[in-house]
Write a protein that binds this ligand. Structure first.
Ligand SMILES: [Zn+2]
Length: 214
């Protein structure tokens, strides 16, 4: 059974802070992780942000080729075929083009996927990455890099960071088209009051949350 709108049993202290990873923070994070031998987690975080994915359900479970998810590479474009929260079992495409020109190769999810494609694995795109381990490293990095509220950093910081950036760049329509979010919640919210860009982006992400913030 799927329950929507349920309140998560997360520490209220943590939920107060809506952390969002900026491009610069994500670069620092990836470097910090690579220096500690956590290259695959670093790559997973970058790809998660680049495609604005849900970390646990969409990225950790992503497979090169299966009935529930697959990856297609065409030149400088990569398409993930995945099941999303609002599509149920229906597999839908999420496509992106190489972002090296816009944000540099360090943050390009496409080039990472192409690199990883050369390597053999057990079918998963990120075979050694798991959710709890990733979140521990994220919080550890947040503390080491002296980010605010290190314990509050969770997997949604990447979706939220990308949403804020897209919103700042091209407004709500751009944000929704890039992120694959549904618009009803944000539109209502926007109509009711004047809000900041960050709030507009966050409202969609929070409505789309399907993960514990641990
Ligand atoms: Zn690229």
């Amino acid at each position: 059974m799927i329950v929507t709108g349920a309140i998560k049993g997360t520490d209220p202290q943590c939920r107060r802070h809506r952390m969002a990873a900026t491009s610069v923070q994500t670069k620092h994070l990836a470097k910090w992780l690579r220096e500690r031998g956590q290259r695959e987690i670093a790559q997973a975080f970058i790809v998660c942000r680049f495609f604005a994915l849900r970390y646990k359900s969409e990225l950790v479970n992503l497979k090169w080729k299966s009935t529930t998810s697959s990856v297609e590479i065409h030149g400088d474009e990569v398409t993930f075929h995945i099941q999303r929260k609002h599509t149920g079992r229906k597999v839908v495409p999420v496509s992106r083009k190489c972002g090296c020109k816009q944000s540099g190769p360090l943050l390009c999810g496409i080039c990472i996927i192409k690199q990883r494609h050369q390597q053999s694995s057990n079918g998963f795109v990120f075979p050694t990455v798991d959710y709890p381990k990733s979140m521990l490293w994220l919080k550890k990095a947040a503390a080491a890099l002296q980010w605010d509220f290190p314990k509050s950093w969770g997997s949604h910081c990447f979706r939220r960071g990308m949403a804020r950036e897209c919103y700042a760049f091209g407004g709500l329509a751009h944000m929704l088209s890039v992120g694959g979010w549904r618009s009803a919640a944000a539109k209502e919210y926007l109509a009711s009051k004047t809000i900041s860009q960050a709030e507009a982006a966050d409202v969609e992400i929070d409505f789309s949350s399907d993960e514990e913030i641990i």
